[in-house]
Design a protein around this ligand. Structure first.
Ligand code: PEP
Ligand code: MN
Length: 343
């Protein structure tokens, strides 16, 4: 922590000392202070040396293992811009679309419908992580073209998953936001690659990850140069099999008490059942989520993946009407979309 009157030379001197000892200095300007974060495996080892330098008033250990995504270093809440649509900052942002991009016609029909109902981002996977190698694994590059087309028609920015570091450039070229799925939440080379992609990242919670592990995964992305991370709670694996996963809604206010990153909720993968999705979506809004990620399909019975948990366009439109009423009651604000959806 630097003295408020510290000179640029004093600051540069501290930065140089930290670097010379093999640690990584990060300047953390605040409203009424300048702090220099020190990253490394044992920063306590240089504490005494640094605290004696001119302009330094204190060396404060950061209690959490994640530094850049935590509130200790960064008390201001982050707002992440996705193709001009904000996530965070006290409003609610809804991303909706099919699990997988299946055809241009399927995607455009879904995109047009969810846009009319008030979604402000389009989701849809071109590269699908499937538990079985025999399941539909996405259209790949052709799916990315359909996403480009759907964005052109509806104006909705696109969120789509990337599975491998080698695909990041290709997917980032089409996407406004890169999704890292639950199965890749601790694929550290992928986290580093999306950290260098220049695109905002939607980081799903790993299916058996603790909140701390999830935040450390986000730390990988931010530490690799990308501050634009949104966390997504999508249910965790428990002994319960009646639902696909167990939605950990307490993670929403918990994460907000630990991190400045926005956190959204995916009630579709959390429950696995269409009839449970609206209630959990509304519960997520009430819990203070910064957004929702909802699977919608024009004909869920024909979906090539996740049909049972996908809402029809009519059901999504009804849900958005309820979301709007709840958001108004809570005095939040719904990002984008018309003020009244059809249905
Ligand atoms: C998805 O969003 O379609 C998906 C595969 O999600 P998850 O990684 O949460 O299972
Ligand atoms: Mn899915």
């Amino acid at each position: 922590m630097m003295n408020a009157q510290a000179t640029p030379a004093e600051i540069a001197n501290v930065v140089a000392h930290v670097r010379a000892r093999g640690y990584r200095p990060i300047e953390l300007p605040g409203a009424d202070r300048l702090a220099i974060g020190v990253l490394g495996s044992n920063p306590a080892a240089i504490r005494d040396a640094v605290v004696a330098l001119p302009g330094v008033i204190a060396a404060i250990p950061v209690s959490k293992p994640y530094k850049m995504v935590g509130l200790e270093w960064h008390p201001e809440r982050s707002v992440v811009a996705v193709g001009g649509v904000a996530i965070g900052g006290g409003s609610l942002t809804v991303a909706a679309g099919p699990c997988a991009v299946e055809s241009e016609q399927q995607l455009v029909a879904t995109a047009t419908g969810v846009a009319a109902a008030g979604a402000s981002l389009l989701r849809g996977g071109a590269y699908k992580p499937r538990s079985s190698p025999y399941s539909f694994r996405g259209l790949g590059a052709e799916g990315l073209d359909h996403l480009r087309r759907a964005r052109e028609i509806t104006g909705l920015p696109v969120v789509t998953e990337v599975l491998a570091p080698a695909d990041v450039a290709l997917v980032a070229d089409a996407a406004d936001m890169l999704q890292v799925g639950t199965r890749n939440a601790q694929n550290f080379s992928l986290l580093e690659a999306v950290g260098e992609s220049g695109k905002p990242v939607l980081l799903k919670r790993g299916l058996s990850n603790t909140v701390e592990e999830w935040l450390l995964s986000a730390e990988y992305v931010v530490a690799h140069g990308n501050p634009d991370v949104v966390l997504c709670e999508r249910g965790i694996r428990t002994f319960e099999t009646a639902t696909r996963n167990t939605l950990d809604l307490s993670a929403v206010p918990l994460v907000q008490s630990l991190s400045h990153l926005p956190v959204i909720v995916d009630p579709s993968h959390a429950t696995g059942h269409r009839h449970l999705v609206p209630a959990m979506a509304l519960a997520a809004v009430a819990a203070g989520a910064d957004g929702l990620l909802v699977e919608v399909h024009p004909s869920p019975d024909d979906a090539l993946s996740d049909g049972p948990q996908s809402l029809t366009l009519e059901q999504f439109s009804q849900l958005m009407n309820d979301v709007r009423r709840l958001v108004t009651a809570l005095r939040h604000e719904l990002v984008g979309g018309p003020s009244h959806g059809p249905g």
